[in-house]
Design a protein around this ligand. Sequence first.
Ligand SMILES: Nc1ncnc2c1ncn2[C@@H]1O[C@H](COP(=O)(O)OP(=O)(O)OP(=O)(O)O)[C@@H](O)[C@H]1O
Ligand SMILES: [Mg+2]
Length: 242
Amino acid sequence: MENFTSARDKLLTLGLVGLGLAHELNSPLTATGLGLELLADRLRRPDPPSPAEAAEAVDRVLSRIRRMAALVDRFRQFARGEGGRPTWVELDAVADGVHALVRPTLAELTHIALVRGDRLPGATVYADRLLLEQALAIAVLNAADALGDREGCIELHVAPHRPGWVRVDVDDDGPGFDSVNDSVELGFSTKGDDGMGVGLALAKGIVESAGGTLEASNRDEGGARLRTCLPVRPSAAGGAAD
Ligand SMILES: Nc1ncnc2c1ncn2[C@@H]1O[C@H](COP(=O)(O)OP(=O)(O)OP(=O)(O)O)[C@@H](O)[C@H]1O
Ligand SMILES: [Mg+2]
């Protein structure tokens, strides 16, 4: 029975990793293809970009490809139950990384403001930075989906939680979760053909592999909140350690 359970868990993890990779690679692959198409078009024009400009465009594509390669590498470790490559990372730096990661996507959605809110300098957690950024980016992009065409705001706050823990909240002022309990389950989606219900299950898997918790709720003032709580490094000067 024990073997059955662990084999089943392993299959579930592998399934999540496969779906998760497809989920996370889809947009950067599309963006990479578009970036290269655009560059090829510009190079064929009678007034092509200078070699320096072309090199810059290639560098942007290359950095996306490097991030995708790193993601594949981390997901393989995640599949082995190793939780990626954890190190001590400052949670503020992770939240800043998320902000930078999603900014290009949100830049086109000028009706949505992205705010990097409260900070907690010195609060350090033990996690795979790349995977944790990816998990929080999922929350931000879901919030943008939920806002749709309406004007709104997405905020990222790092704050102390209960003693020994810190948290990152991704808050929005959209319609809130239809079903707070179901939304983080694998396969639950309210987006019809546009959603597979993979994002939040993957984010939860990543956060739990770092010893944390991920919780969806609706805010009293309206809108959704996705709260990620993680154990903080005991010596961290952030006011959150006990
Ligand atoms: N910020 C939010 N506000 C309101 N509802 C949300 C928010 N984030 C997620 N949801 C709800 O949770 C569901 C599950 O989200 P999840 O990211 O797991 O899947 P999805 O976005 O539907 O599809 P995908 O697999 O492409 O991510 C969504 O379909 C939506 O109903
Ligand atoms: Mg999603």
